[in-house]
Ligand binder design. Structure first.
Ligand code: SF4
Ligand code: SF4
Length: 360
């Protein structure tokens, strides 16, 4: 069983020392990495977000982390595959340290590792900045994700620390299982008209394709197709979460235990920060969680998110609670968010059991 430290967003006393940033500093103390980073390079892996998004990690928390590392005589730098956006307060001046693009300006700074074929990909191109990293702080924002239900610490590494080519390869694994029988299809368009997520279309070669990021696995197309030409199985999306976990494992292997993981569970939206927009939080703010065990951290993060009261009216566009049962993210996306966490446990990246210790 691994320990996960938890700084709650709730403020019990009207004192600065009882606020989340103050508790965050005490959480960093509890993680006990300060002794390991003297004179070492410390990469802080963030997700820069995109476009009009405003729900990425608040720059104050990044600055606090940078100052903490400097106070421990570490050599911090911020990193991500995309450049930070000044409109979100993401500048070197605000961070208090350098930003280094994880795979270089032209996505050419990487090294390749082979992966087992059962994941649908042959190799992964990992961020070259790992070669210059002595210690990694995986600083993730916990939120929903269309492809796998959830994106947090595992996704921040598995998807966010590889080249564009590898990101495309991981996204493509969802299409490897056939789901449409062309010989049965009469091109009536019933499936397209009845898909509330606008996830189905015919491509230029007149082949039916489903966008599994948008698809919520409601199965309407399967049930309504008069020819029974569509067959959807969970394997169509489960493989994505598994590939994410494997990718994160390959990254952590490079660091030989010199890392810790932090999930910021504030402004929890239903979709990923790379979408280029934000929508209202779907639950009240939870707080910040940290651990050296990525599996325990992700497991408790998902458990805590599911315990919160869903905020009515917070879902944007066509999204709705499709299912009555399962995790909140599964109700929204039709995809079990624990798949990636269980796969990470299977890959011996950590333990599902956790001991949650609240920071006072
Ligand atoms: S509903 Fe069935 S038959 Fe009609 S277009 Fe869709 S897959 Fe083809
Ligand atoms: S399962 Fe539902 S959301 Fe997915 S493609 Fe079919 S109708 Fe659209």
């Amino acid at each position: 069983m691994s320990t996960v430290f938890f700084a709650s967003a709730k403020v019990k006393k009207l004192e600065r020392n009882a606020s989340l940033p103050a508790k965050f500093i005490r959480l960093l103390d509890a993680l006990e990495f300060g002794e390991k980073i003297k004179d070492k390079t410390v990469a802080i892996k963030i997700h820069s977000g995109g476009g009009y998004g405003f729900t990425t990690i608040h720059p104050l928390f990044i600055r606090i982390l940078v100052e903490y590392i400097k106070a421990k005589k570490g050599l911090p730098f911020i990193t991500d595959i995309v450049a930070p956006d000044a409109r979100r307060g993401y500048t070197e001046e605000v961070f208090g340290c350098r930003f280094i693009q994880a795979t270089g300006l032209r996505d050419t700074n990487y090294f390749t590792v082979n992966v087992p074929s059962r994941y649908g990909i042959k190799e992964l191109e990992l961020a070259g900045v790992l070669k210059a990293t002595d210690f990694l702080i995986n600083f993730a924002h916990a939120k929903g994700h269309g492809n796998c239900g959830y994106g947090g610490a595992i996704k921040n590494l598995g998807m966010g620390f590889v080249t564009t080519k590898s990101r495309i390869a991981i996204h493509s694994v969802v299409n490897t299982k056939p789901y449409w029988n062309q010989s049965k299809c009469k091109y009536c368009g019933i499936c397209i008209k009845n898909c509330r997520s606008s996830a189905i279309k015919f491509n230029e070669e007149k082949k039916l394709v489903i966008d599994f990021h948008a698809c919520v696995f409601c199965m309407r197309c399967v049930f309504l197709c008069p020819q029974k030409a569509i067959e959807l199985e969970k394997t169509n999306y489960e493989v994505f979460g598994r590939a994410l976990a494997l990718s994160a494992k390959k990254i952590l292997e490079q660091l030989k235990g010199n890392y810790c993981h932090i999930n910021v569970v504030l402004n929890v939206t239903p979709f990923c920060d790379c979408l280029g927009m934000s929508s209202p939080s779907i639950i009240p703010d939870v707080g910040i969680l940290g651990s050296s065990d990525i599996v325990s951290l992700e497991n408790v993060t998902l458990d805590l998110i599911d315990k919160q009261k869903f905020v009515d009216g917070s879902l944007p566009g066509h999204l709705r609670l499709e299912k009555e049962n399962g995790h909140l993210f599964e109700k929204i996306w039709g995809k079990d968010p624990y798949i990636q966490v269980k796969e990470a446990a299977k890959l011996r990246m950590g333990q599902l059991e956790y001991n949650l210790k609240e920071i006072s």
